[in-house]
Design a protein around this ligand. Structure first.
Ligand code: UDP
Length: 240
């Protein structure tokens, strides 16, 4: 089932249905883009048409977080659960280890992708890491980075350059890498590498992960100001 929210198409799938869909993408060997949509991205996309185009050009758009799930329900779509970038990444890495998919980690500060790869290999024995590359390259170097990804022959690329840089990189370069799937994962490598702590499960269950991120990284408050604006926009469009 799909939902439409503020001009964006969202796949209203559960985590397991999402993993099944991605498995199909990998088997097809053709390039597929996954975008995990959070309120911040969707709000900015209202004013930046290129960002909106990237959403609706993606092969799979997941409801990344409780804000999107809530908004979809307000808009009349019974989205079952959130499928966040980091949860989906972890689940896909598990599947990769089981199915022999080659995984590439692109992004974050130098050393972080390597550390995240190490941790993932400990958690999922047999995981094949095709390669890693940090995310602090200049725009002029983006093509060269894509070439080194291609040489590593990955099936699945996780791109952690922050939104929307990661979505733009995927849009421009996925085809030339030869991989079947690329997905933007924001700050997930920092969490997996242990540089940033994720909120404990009970905080996540209370839907307060945003608050915990704010306390850990107070500089995010400016970004989180978008959340009430997003909520008002949704209520105005679908309720009043
Ligand atoms: N990053 C990067 N290159 C850049 C800018 C950011 O590799 O030019 C990385 C950064 O180190 C971090 C991730 O992208 O690991 C973005 O994290 P953030 O928490 O901001 O992601 P979001 O909130 O967008 O999911």
């Amino acid at each position: 089932m799909e939902a439409w929210l503020l001009g964006a198409r969202i796949d209203a799938l559960t985590m397991e249905e999402t993993v099944e869909r991605v498995t199909g993408f990998i088997k097809s060997r053709r390039p597929h883009r996954i975008l995990t949509l959070n309120p911040e991205y969707l709000y900015r996309a209202q004013f930046e048409s290129e960002m909106m185009r990237l959403i609706n050009r993606s092969d799979l758009v997941t409801p990344d977080g409780v804000g999107i799930v809530w908004a979809c329900r307000v808009a009349g779509y019974p989205v079952k659960e959130r499928v966040t970038g980091i949860d989906l990444m972890q689940r896909l890495v598990k599947q990769a280890a089981a199915c022999g998919w080659r995984v590439y980690l692109l992004g974050a500060s130098p050393g972080v992708a390597e550390k995240a790869a190490e941790k993932l290999c400990c958690t999922y024995p047999g995981l094949q890491i095709a390669g890693t590359h940090h995310g602090y390259f200049r725009d002029e170097e983006a093509g060269l980075v894509a070439e080194s990804v291609r040489q590593a022959r990955p099936d699945l690329i996780f791109v952690a350059l922050g939104a929307p840089r990661q979505e733009f990189w995927i849009d421009r370069y996925l085809e030339s890498t030869g991989a079947a799937v690329a997905m933007g994962v924001g700050g997930s490598f920092d969490v997996i590498a242990g540089r940033v702590r994720r909120a404990p499960a009970w905080v996540r269950r209370l839907h307060l992960e945003w608050l915990s991120r704010l306390l850990q990284e107070p500089s995010r408050w400016r970004r989180q100001l978008v959340l009430p604006c997003f909520a008002c926009m949704v209520l105005k469009k679908y309720k009043f």
